[in-house]
Design a protein around this ligand. Sequence first.
Ligand code: NAD
Length: 435
Amino acid sequence: MATDLRLPTDRIVRPDKDRFLDEENPFEAMMSRFDRAAELLDLEPGLYKVLRHPEKQITVSIPVMMDNGEVEVFIGHRVLYNTSRGPAKGGIRFDMNVSIEEVKALAAWMTWKCAVVNLPFGGAKGGVVCDPLKMSAGELERLTRRYTAGIIATLGPDSDVPAPDVNTNERVMAWVMDTYSMRMGHTVTAVVTGKPIEMGGSLGRREATGRGCMIVTKEALKHLGMSTQGTTVAVQGFGNVGSVAAQLLSREGCKIVAISDRTGGYYNKNGVDIDAAIKHVQRVRSLEGFTGGDQISNEELLESPVDVLLPAALENVITSKNAGKIKAKMICEGANGPTSAGADSILDEKGIFVVPDILANAGGVTVSYFEWVQDRGGYFWTEETVNNRLTEIMCNSFAAVLQLAKQHKVNMRTAAYMLSISRVATVHRLRGIYA
Ligand code: NAD
C-alpha cells in the first residue's frame, strides 16, 4: 500500500497550553521523578549533577520565504540530553507551544525511555515554534530543510537521529533525510527514523507504540492475576497509539467499553466495535457522530468503572484533582506524561498498578531502533520478525522493571526511572570524565 504523505490536519495533540503549563513545569515535573529515583539509587553527587543537565542545546533562527513573498523567521531548538549510551534519539515537533524548557524535558524523557528498554541510544528532542496547519506544503518543506541545515552539525546516524513527533510525519522525515544526504553527498537513510517504507522505513513502525501498550498490558494483567478475556478497558485518544492499542487488546479478548478523542467519548457496556470505530475515523477523521456507544465526556471516561485505563492522548489528564476518582485497577500510560507527579501518590494509595509512560509507550522508539538497524545493515525484516523482536524487548523490560519494583518496594514508575538511571550511570562510570 502506498504511504500517505499528507500532514495530518487533526493532529494538534496539545491544544490547551495553559492546562499543561499551569499544572507543572515540564522539565521540573519529569526531574522530580528523576530525583526520587536518584536518591533511592544513592547516586553520587557528581553524576547527579551531570545527569541533571542536558549535554547540548542548540537554538536556531530559521528564515523562510513564505508563499506571499515575505520572509518569516521561526525559532527552532534541538536538545541532546545524554549520549553516553549511543546516538541521541528523539522526535521533532512543529507546534506553537514549543519552548526550550519543554524540549529539554522531552529530551531527558527520551534518555530514560531508551535506557529502560535497553536500546543503545541516548535521548534528544527537537522543536520549531510554528503553526504547521496554517502553512502550505512548500512553506513546511522550506522550514524543515532550513531547520535541518541549522542543526546539521549534530545530526548523523552515529550522533543524532530524529523521528516524527507532534505535527510532523513521514513526509517531514523524508525532507530531513534528503537535506542531510545532499549535504553529505550520498544517501544516508539511517539519519532519521519514521520514514516512508519505500525509502528505508520499517514494517510495523506505525503500529509499534500501540502494540507495545498491548504487550505490557497483558504482562501487567498476568502479574495482577487477571485474564485478558473479558477484562474491561477504557482508551482515551483514538489516534495512532489509542486506536491500535484498542484494536490489538480487543483481539486479545479484552472488552473495550469506552473510547474517546478530542470530540468526545463513547461508552458501550457490551464492548465497542473497534474495527467499526476505526472505519468511522478513517471516513470522518474523528469519532464525532459515532453510533456504537452512549456519549460520555473525556472526564467521565477517565473515571469510568473499568479494569484497565489507557490514556493515549495528552499530558496531565490524571492529576491530583481526579486521581482519587479513578476506578481502574491498572493504568497503561500510552501517552507521554498523562499523570502529573502530584497524582502518583494518590494512585499508589488506591493500589492502582501503573505501567509508566517511559516503559508503556517505548514500543515506538524500539521499532525506530529496528529501523535504524535495518537501514545500517541494508537488510529489511519481515513484519513478523519486527513484531516478535518487539514483544521480546517489551516483555523483558516489563519483567526487569517489575523485579526492581519488588526488590525496592517502590511503584513501577520509580522502578523504571531507577533502571534507566542506573544504566546511564553505569556507562558514565565506565567511560569516566573526558578532560
Ligand atoms: P495522534 O495525533 O495520532 O492521536 C491523538 C489522539 O488524541 C486523537 O484521537 C485526538 O483526537 C485525541 N485527543 C486530542 N485531544 C484530546 C482531548 N482533549 N481529549 C481526548 N482526546 C484527545 O497522536 P498519537 O501518536 O496517538 O500520540 C498520542 C500520545 O502518545 C501522545 O502523548 C504522544 O506523545 C504519545 N506517544 C506517541 C508515540 C507514537 O509512536 N505515535 C510514541 C510514544 C508516545
